[in-house]
Design a protein around this ligand. Structure first.
Ligand SMILES: *Cc1c(COP(=O)(O)O)cnc(C)c1O
Length: 376
């Protein structure tokens, strides 16, 4: 859901500024340009970089493509790259494509709590390893990877480090100066901005001229992402970033208390729930929960109601067993009894209570009673 304050800022760029075709084109162009620069600044303030290190794209998927394929293409010979088994599908699909074109890819296993094992990462580095891509926060289980440690490993070995931070930006501290990352993908709609816009951060010091464009057609965004900018979306994205920066600590408190309430209610009504992913090193508002001992219908097909109203807690999952949960070593039957609960800043205590009781009603109906299990 979009923050209404971001939407308000966007409206003039969809109405007045386009309606005014008869007024000087220069004025319109100048206003749009200023609005874009203003947004670029707000985004750079949120992640502590320079505005000219921000390149607008249509979202994190596109940023992932431009940065990873562009970086790999800048090397003259075939190279080796490392990523993890729990990355977002867009990353895994890019590497699947690249491995058909002679890039040798290692998919790291993660620890049972979802975190990258740094020793394994070190061990998998080869003389021709040129790129590592690891997400900051996982979109299914919420765990936060040790980005600063991985960036040190990359620097030591002269490896380009790309981070998909779509789930992290605006939710947790993302300071690119401190983290020393080369490339970062971010997305507006993951922090209450509009859909269809995102950005790629390119470290000016380490990556200048090192990304080969994969799109052609004009000079926009330094020739890296040609095409008319969606000014209204960019303005909304910028506003969402400045709201996120101002309200991050308040949101942490709110989301942690709502998450704890949800957990309390669920564990009161179902005794042996399992929380997937490291319980302490995770983004606020994410819960991924398994209800063991249910019959074998995929739980998510039974829980449809909770996401209906825009303000309510949303539960989602794909019908096929999640690649992330499989990477944690979970059995297919446990995966079928798992749901992801995303709690947002617009949720209320009442909605959490309603969602929890609804979920409990469904899972307790699906519970195989012990006698049945023994008999059958
Ligand atoms: C949502 C998401 C994406 C895709 O972002 P879009 O802007 O929708 O393309 C990529 N990576 C992660 C981790 C995400 O959560």
């Amino acid at each position: 859901m979009i923050d209404p304050r971001a939407l308000d800022k966007m409206m003039p760029y969809m109405k007045n500024n386009f309606g005014n075709a008869s007024s000087s084109e220069h004025l319109y162009g100048w206003q749009s340009n200023e609005a874009v620069n203003n947004a670029r600044e707000k985004i750079s303030e949120l992640i502590n970089c320079s505005p000219n290190e921000i390149f607008f794209t249509s979202g994190a998927t596109e940023s992932n493509n431009i940065s990873i394929i562009g970086a790999i293409n800048s090397f003259d010979s075939n190279v080796h790259a490392i990523t993890s088994k729990t990355e977002h599908k867009s990353i895994l699909d890019i590497f699947k494509h690249l491995s058909k074109n002679q890039t040798n890819v290692t998919y790291l296993n993660v620890n049972p709590d979802g975190l990258i094992n740094l020793d394994k990462l070190n061990d998998s580095i080869e003389p021709d390893t040129k790129l590592i891509s690891i997400m900051m926060a996982n979109n299914e289980i919420g765990v936060i990877q040790p980005i600063e440690e991985i960036s040190k490993i990359c620097r030591k070995n002269g490896i380009v480090f790309h981070v998909d931070a779509a789930q992290a930006m605006g939710k947790i501290d993302l300071d690119v100066m401190k983290l020393n990352i080369d490339l970062i993908s971010v997305s507006s709609h993951k922090l209450y901005g509009p859909k269809g816009v995102g950005a790629l951060y390119i470290n000016r010091k380490t990556m200048k001229h090192k990304i080969k464009p994969i799109f052609f057609g004009g000079g926009h965004e330094n020739g890296l992402r040609p095409g008319t900018l969606a000014v209204h979306n960019i303005v909304g994205f910028g506003e969402a970033c400045s709201i996120a920066k101002n309200e991050m600590s308040r949101n942490h408190i709110l989301l942690n208390s709502l998450t704890n309430l949800m957990l309390k209610k669920l564990s009161e009504g179902f005794s042996d729930i399992i929380i997937n992913g490291n319980m302490n090193i995770r983004i606020p508002g994410n819960l991924n929960i398994t209800f063991p001992g249910l019959n074998q219908e995929p739980l998510i097909q039974k829980i449809k109601d909770v996401a209906v109203s825009s303000g309510s807690a949303c539960t989602t999952s794909t019908p096929e067993p999640s690649h992330v949960l499989r990477a944690l070593g979970m059995s297919k039957s446990l995966i079928r009894s798992t749901i992801r609960i995303g709690i947002g800043k617009f949720n209320s205590k009442d909605e959490i209570k309603y969602a929890a009781s609804y979920i409990l009603e469904v899972v307790n109906k699906l519970k195989i009673n012990k006698k049945e299990a023994i008999d059958g």
